[in-house]
Design a protein around this ligand. Structure first.
Ligand code: AMP
Length: 484
């Protein structure tokens, strides 16, 4: 989901995880555990809605899952055999609690909770139409657009209304919904974001990633397919595909960075892919060196693959504190800088006098790489060669991964030699697009029909960007100002 941009913040905030359970007496506790395993997908707010056969219960709050759902009292109030939860990245401040998902609304057919992972690319347009027709918005989240589209739909069942709403929506979304009748999971027609179906005994589960099935001892059943709606009720799982068929364009950045390495995404283990990318990187751009070290944690699997392929020893030359969140997910530029220092420390004993190959997953603004290269040099490294397990991030993501605007992306401002000197490395290389596709088990990237969404590297956006093309990126704020 997307929220309004702040003036002091230069990136969109839309990273999320979805987890739902149907048919278990401890549904809320299971969802809290599932969300905990999805915490990497969004660390600033969490929410759970349950249904107990008569009424809905909800608890939502800013902060980590454990901050909000760590107590027996809270979980105890969330009674019912079905539950839906969400973790997200959010801005700070009171107003924003209204945006914490799942959003809940009372319709003529009863209550419905909704949350999603992804980003709608025409929500400004839809919202404007809805406001003109009299919809009163309570939040600035694009998920609420879906709620109003459901409310204004003339169809009769929840599922038909949801389909009606989603037919008007453009964007990437994996959505969870909880009604009196059951739990619903939907993926957008291109299947950009992940969503899987699982089981726990007789109960059914939907989850953004399989690592969250593991935490509750659940079984993976299958990926929910692109354009598929699964409706889970007492009779079981009902599947439909009401949208026009399209070729899948799964987000390749989920494999590179975003998903957890122990997840199986679209049939492929994320850790294995990351190691294969590292091996490709070694084949493409190896330089003589004494040690390969990762930027932990995200660079670790690729560095293992790189070291194995090149024969250069793998060392943990940088130690990461696990008590700070992801660097990127910090509210201001100053804090982001501080975050890098808080997070990483060089292990001088393993670096002094060495020629170092430093492996990380991506360069976005260049903040992390610049700090880390300096840190490794200060620890006595003789040479520092940076190897990146993604192609240069040259374009912003509008489909649900937080990225700065294009002019803040280092790769959109300079070529590789310029980037190398900016970050202070002796050499810099990125995996090639074809190398990345090879790591995914394909011979190369077919420009006529790419298998994945790789827009952040190519600018090839598979879903129209109506709001962006109309200059409406700070969607909700401008609209609120307009209608105030
Ligand atoms: P930067 O410091 O701006 O160049 O960002 C690069 C670092 O942020 C890398 O170490 C990545 O692991 C991490 N990163 C890349 N993309 C994201 C994202 N969308 N959210 C959070 N962290 C990210």
């Amino acid at each position: 989901m997307v929220t309004t941009q702040n003036s002091d913040d230069d990136h969109l905030k839309e990273e999320c995880g979805v987890f739902g359970v149907f048919g278990h007496p401890e549904a809320a506790a299971l969802v809290a555990l599932g969300l905990h395993a999805l915490q990497h997908r969004g660390q600033e707010a969490a929410g759970i809605v349950t249904y107990d056969g008569e009424q809905f219960h909800t608890h939502r709050g800013m902060g980590h899952v454990s901050d909000n759902f760590g107590s027996k009292e809270v979980i105890g109030q969330l009674t019912g055999h079905s539950a839906l939860g969400h973790v997200r990245y959010a801005t700070t401040g009171e107003v924003v609690l209204r945006n914490v998902q799942p959003l809940f609304a009372d319709f003529e057919f009863g209550g419905l909770a909704i949350c999603h992972n992804g980003n709608l690319t025409n929500s400004y347009h839809l919202r404007r139409q809805l406001v003109r027709r009299g919809s009163l918005f309570q939040s600035t989240s694009d998920t609420e657009v879906i709620i109003h589209l459901i409310a204004t739909s003339l169809k009769s069942t929840v599922e038909e209304r949801l389909v009606d709403a989603l037919r008007q929506v453009e964007g990437a979304y994996s959505l969870g919904a909880l009604s009196q009748d059951g739990l619903i999971g939907v993926r957008d027609p291109l299947g950009v974001r992940p969503l899987v179906l699982g089981r726990l005994g007789d109960a059914w589960v939907i989850s953004s990633e399989t690592c969250a099935l593991d935490i509750i001892g659940g079984q993976f059943v299958r990926d929910i397919e692109p354009g598929e709606i699964v409706l889970i009720d007492r009779a079981g799982v009902h599947s439909s595909k009401p949208f026009p068929r399209a070729k899948q364009r799964f987000c390749i950045f989920e494999y590179i960075y975003f998903a957890r390495p122990d997840s199986i995404v679209e049939g492929t283990n994320v850790y294995e892919v990351r190691k294969r990318i590292g091996a490709e990187l070694a084949r493409e751009s190896h330089v003589p060196a004494d040690i390969v070290i990762p930027v932990p944690d995200s660079g670790v699997p690729a560095a293992i693959g790189y070291a194995a392929e090149s024969g250069v020893p793998f060392e943990l030359g940088i130690v990461r504190s696990h008590y700070v969140g992801r660097t990127f997910i910090e509210p201001t530029e100053q804090i982001r800088h501080l975050g890098v220092k808080l997070k990483h420390n060089a292990n001088k004993a393993s670096l002094a006098g060495k020629r170092v190959i430093l492996v990380d997953d991506s360069i976005v603004r260049g903040t992390t790489s610049t700090k880390i290269v300096e840190m490794v040099r200060n620890a006595g490294a003789r040479e520092v060669h940076m190897r990146i397990s993604s192609p240069p991030t040259s374009h912003s993501c509008f489909y649900g991964i937080a990225t700065p605007e294009r002019d803040k992306l280092l790769a959109s401002r300079m070529d590789i030699a310029g980037m190398a000197s900016f970050i202070g490395a002796d050499s810099l290389a990125f995996i090639s697009m074809d190398g990345l596709y090879r790591a995914m088990g394909l011979p190369r990237r077919d420009p006529a029909a790419p298998r994945f969404c790789d827009a952040c590297f190519t600018g090839d956006y598979p879903i129209p960007l109506a709001d962006h093309d109309a200059g409406k990126v700070s969607v909700q704020l401008s609209l609120l100002a307009e209608t105030a």
